[in-house]
Each structure stands twice: as structure tokens, then as C-alpha cells.
Design a protein around this ligand. Structure first.
Ligand SMILES: Cc1ncc(COP(=O)(O)O)c(C=O)c1O
Length: 388
């Protein structure tokens, strides 16, 4: 969109790209951070004489351009698009890729809102879906139908931290002539780069690790398929659920520290997982960093570290799980994840209430943690107390 941002940045390493890609010093003032262009429209130099391609802020805004170029660089794609939320990004993607009669394979563990989008919204347009265990490429292959256009994967998955072998499922999708979509929200591009492993499109709720501070809701799509990128950009403008300038700016600010945050999230989550494994009231721990996690080896192959999300089951059933959530203090009881502060929740009654009664139903005694970047010792002390 903007000429001044369009050159690829010479830096290669992730940490450097996170801080600089799409964010050259402002040409007018030298401001080292992209200004918040809080504006809806732009003066034209004669009819059609657009400065830098900007005409109206739904179609393009320089702060959003900076974020979109940054997102593309971090995921290794040719184009990034920023939306008002993760679900807005998913909605735009599905309406671009699918027509009535098409079929989608969705995973048996996924964010409840993504499942709700398929089951309660997309289905009404005549799109069919079926559920497969995406940690088993053969199960995905078996679920393919003649009109399968999309294979949807979340890895690690929400809330059971299942791991999908992205390269293996990309092969299954490619052979079937379907596109592989990977929701990379739990890992972030610092830990995992699905496009390099064969995915066609990466989806993010940038609300989570990308923003990183629980102060903004946003979503993103990144692809390296230039024809698809053009179609997605057309739909982004035609449908209108864009990321506003201030939200784009907050997300960009969060991304600058993504690498250091993810290292610390991962280190703290490993410590928390170790505590839980040894706790007598915990019956099962879901963390891909644990050697006995069924996806551990694949996670070790395709991820730089194992991330900040840990789920576990508690002896005593649903009431016991709810009680742990209620008793925690440093772990704040709340939905969402990926911020610097630790959160605890009961998926069955909170984030995943929309999957009750479906193939994605989660265990009633499950607790999900978003392990923040506070002192690991303090977090362990809080959990130990909450577990009684
Ligand atoms: C894995 C995952 N994908 C997508 C979403 C939806 O994103 P948003 O809440 O920004 O619409 C969420 C939200 O929790 C999520 O956890």
C-alpha cells in the first residue's frame, strides 16, 4: 500500500525483524515508532491523486500497513492482513476460500469460538464440516471428501495442547487439493513458522501473544500465495472488519518484545508443568514440553520452545477444578491468554462452553493456565496453595 514501507527489510533474524520490519523511521519527523494515523480519510492531489496509495482508512491506513508488513515478515509470508479480532480474520478467510457445498476438516480440539463459527455460522451458508484428530495425519486423510477445500489445524491446540505435524498434514491437504490453514496463536511465529512447513495460510488471534499485554483485541492472516493474498485483501476491504490505527499500534508495540516474552513464557510454563506432574491432586498434565506428551517429539521438531500454555485435570471432578480456579490469586481468573500476567480458567464453563455436547467437548475437570512472565517461584507458590 505505502511506497515508503514496501522495500523488504535487510535484517534476517526474528528478533530484529520484530522490532524493525515495516517500521522505518517516519519520513516527516524521524519518529522511531510508527505514528498512530488516527484518521479516516486522506487529501487527494487532484481526483485519484493518492499519496502513498491511501484513500480511506478501511482500505488502508499507514499504522495498519506497518503492522501488516511486520506480520508478513515474522511469519515468512508475502502479505499480512490485520483484522479487528481473530474471529474476524477467520470469517474473512472462510468467506474467501469457501462456497456452498464445500467441505472443511476441523480438528477435534480447537478454540470454542472457532468451532462455533463453523457450527453456527458457516454451516448456515451451506458449507459442510467434519471433525478429525489432526494429531493423526491418517485420520485427516480419512476425513477428506471430494469437496474438501480446507483443512484447519490448531497446534498447539486450545485447550488440550495437542500437537499436529504441520508438514505431514500439509502433504495430506496438498494431495487432496485442499488448503491447509494453521492457527498459530498458541505458538506465535517466534516459536513456530507454519508457512515454511507447508501451510497455505496462518491465522492469529493477535489478542494473545502477539499483543502480549491483554490490552488489545485483534486478528491476522498471513500467506505467501500472492493470488490468495489479493483475494483476501479484497475481502478485508469489502467486509470491513479491519484493525483500527490505535489497535494496530498497540499490537506492533507488543510484538517488539515477542521473542523475549516467549522465551520466558516457555521457561515458566516448563517449571509449572513440572510442579503439576508431581502434585498428588493432579491426575493429568497437558504440556508439549513434557517428554511423555504424545506430540513431544513433533513439537520439538517444529517449535523453538514449547510455549506458555499448560492444562491439567484435577482429582475430584468439575467442582474441584472450579475450586482451584477460584482459589488462585496471582493467576487471575479470566478468559483469554498470552499476556504478561498469568491467567487461570475452567474451559468447560468459560472459553469452551460453546463446544459442550460436540465432538470437541473438553473434560469437566480441566483447568487451563496461561503462564505469564512473573517470577516462576511466585507462580508455583500460588498454584500449590490453590491446589491445597
Ligand atoms: C487459538 C485461538 N484462535 C482464535 C481465537 C479467536 O480470537 P479473538 O478472540 O481475537 O477473536 C482465539 C481466542 O481465544 C484462540 O484462542
Amino acid at each position: 500500500m505505502s511506497d515508503k514501507h514496501s522495500q523488504p527489510h535487510p535484517a534476517q533474524s526474528f528478533e530484529t525483524l520484530a522490532i524493525h520490519a515495516g517500521q522505518e523511521a517516519d519520513p516527516l519527523t524521524g519518529a522511531v515508532v510508527p505514528p498512530i494515523y488516527q484518521v479516516s480519510t486522506y487529501k487527494q492531489d487532484g481526483v485519484g491523486g493518492l499519496r502513498g496509495g491511501y484513500e480511506y482508512s478501511r482500505s488502508g491506513n499507514p499504522t495498519r500497513t506497518a503492522l501488516e508488513e511486520n506480520l508478513a515478515a515474522l511469519e515468512g509470508g508475502s502479505r499480512g492482513l490485520a483484522f479487528a479480532s481473530g474471529l474476524a480474520a477467520e470469517d474473512c478467510l472462510l468467506r474467501t476460500l469457501l462456497t456452498p457445498g464445500d467441505h472443511v476438516v476441523i480438528p477435534n480440539d480447537a478454540y470454542g469460538g472457532t468451532f462455533r463459527l463453523f457450527a453456527k455460522v458457516v454451516e448456515r451458508w451451506g458449507v459442510e464440516w467434519s471433525v478429525a484428530d489432526s494429531s493423526d495425519p491418517a485420520a485427516v486423510r480419512a476425513a477428506i471428501r471430494p469437496r474438501t477445500k480446507v483443512v484447519w489445524v490448531e497446534t498447539p491446540s486450545n485447550p488440550l495442547l495437542g500437537i499436529t505435524d504441520i508438514a505431514a498434514v500439509a502433504d495430506v491437504a496438498r494431495t487432496a487439493g485442499a488448503r491447509l490453514v494453521v492457527d498459530n496463536t498458541f505458538a506465535s511465529p517466534y516459536l513456530q513458522q507454519p508457512l515454511a512447513l507447508g501451510a497455505d495460510v496462518v491465522v492469529h488471534s493477535t489478542t494473545k501473544y502477539m499483543g502480549g499485554h491483554s490490552d488489545v483485541v485483534g486478528g491476522a492472516l498471513v500467506t505467501s500465495d500472492t493470488a490468495l493474498a489479493d483475494e483476501l485483501a479484497f475481502h478485508q476491504n469489502a467486509m470491513g472488519a479491519i484493525s483500527g490505527p490505535f489497535d494496530s499500534w498497540l499490537t506492533l508495540r507488543g510484538i517488539k518484545t515477542l521473542a523475549v516474552r516467549m522465551d520466558r513464557h516457555s521457561a515458566n510454563a516448563s517449571r509449572v508443568a513440572e510442579l503439576l506432574v508431581s502434585h498428588p491432586k493432579v491426575t493429568q498434565v497437558y504440556y508439549p514440553g513434557l517428554p511423555n506428551h504424545p506430540g513431544h517429539e513433533i513439537a520439538a521438531k517444529q517449535m523453538r520452545a514449547f510455549g506458555g500454555m499448560v492444562s491439567f485435570r484435577v482429582e475430584g471432578g468439575e467442582e474441584a477444578a472450579v475450586e482451584v480456579c477460584d482459589k488462585a490469586e496471582l493467576f487471575t481468573l479470566g478468559e483469554s491468554l498470552g499476556g504478561v500476567e498469568s491467567l487461570i480458567e475452567h474451559p468447560g464453563r468459560m472459553t469452551h462452553a460453546s463446544v459442550v455436547g460436540s465432538a470437541l467437548e473438553v473434560p469437566a475437570d480441566l483447568v487451563r493456565l496461561s503462564v505469564g512472565i512473573e517470577s516462576a517461584d511466585d507462580l508455583i507458590a500460588d498454584l500449590t496453595r490453590a491446589l491445597g
